[in-house]
Design a protein around this ligand. Sequence first.
Ligand code: HSE
Length: 431
Amino acid sequence: MEPLKIGIVGLGTVGGGVVKLLEKNKNLICQRAGRDILITAVCAHSKDKDRGFDVNVYEWFDNPLDLVKHENVDVVLELVGGADGIAYDLIKEAISQKKPIITANKALLATHGYEIAEIADKANVPVFYEAAVAGGIPIVKTIREGLAGNGIKEIYGILNGTSNYILSEMTKTKRAFDDVLKDAQEKGYAEADPTFDIDGTDAAHKLAILSTIVFRTKPNLHNIYTKGISEIKAKDIDFAKTLGYEIKLIAKAFSSGDTLGQSVTPCLIPQSHPLSSINDVLNAVLFEGDFVKYSLSVGYGAGEGPTASAVVADVIDSALGIYRPVFGVNTAELKDAKRVAESENMCRFYMRLPVLDKPGVIAEVASILKDEDVSIESMLQHGHDPGQSVSVVMTTHETAAANIYNAIEKISTLRFMTSEPCLIQIEDLTS
Ligand code: HSE
């Protein structure tokens, strides 16, 4: 059989990892693919950068669109990233050239996934994207293929390695947020713009893709309530522990009738829940299917090796000619989902209020909570420092999110508040 000739656009953490993996495990990969796999062309910003391998053995292209059109390229690996710009242009060009695409680009699929799927499925050109969600965990295959017979009501998990690494390191070592973020960048976990990791955007991109496959709805980032981890302080992690919880950035989607609730938000989750022990750069995804019951997948969610592992699995499928519709069903089957407004959610909350330590403070806070119909479950204060700032922590009983948002807005204007309050959802994740 003819060798499969691949062209790689982007030689950063992911692209570089793919070259190294294809070079190191060449024999087993070619056996599994049933044919030789050759990197024939590469393209990146700078040819001279030291990447730990020799780019000169591959044909170099300055213009990615020239690489896509080149006769020596059968399959295009888009490993540049970014929702628009060159990644978008080259994917569309590859589809028009009838060349399969392999991408790790969650931002693009979350934003333009429907359009890409529509033209790719119509042209019968495969678009592989295992590396776009949860790094090394083969989650796209798991839900689109392995669990294809199930109706899935709910899916949730930890989908951003960088923020999980930051929260775990803050818990373990008490190091400061910025310091740990720098570490995650050096280890190749973070996005080019790490804001996407911290503010929940990256996890929202991945959730949009998973929701599309699971619920057969069009990817829609605007329907995802997204909040990041930058407000979380080491003291919140400590208070959560005292209360029997860990803090994790949880991505969650559930369907109810014709509505789809989707959120990415930091949550206190019980220490007894399996996700509470998912630490460092690990990701995890849990489903509830009507026949399979529960399924939990865990693995490294970021970094060179795990992401390259997912890309190379797609290269092998491409060599074997195995593929499915992009989101598992014909694009005509993908519907618009109605959004469940976050404010309508009923849940419990953790509140940390930095206040002056003096009599009457709790009475005023309690009065606002009473007016907003929020019921207090527990309260704690560590230490006593009259006239100085202390943290008062409260947890609530189940309450409408809109009510607690109103309450916290009023509480933040009280004269004895010494800085911004912190509000975090408590997710018991009972399923
Ligand atoms: N920056 C991502 C993360 C890795 O930290 O999970 C690639 O998706």
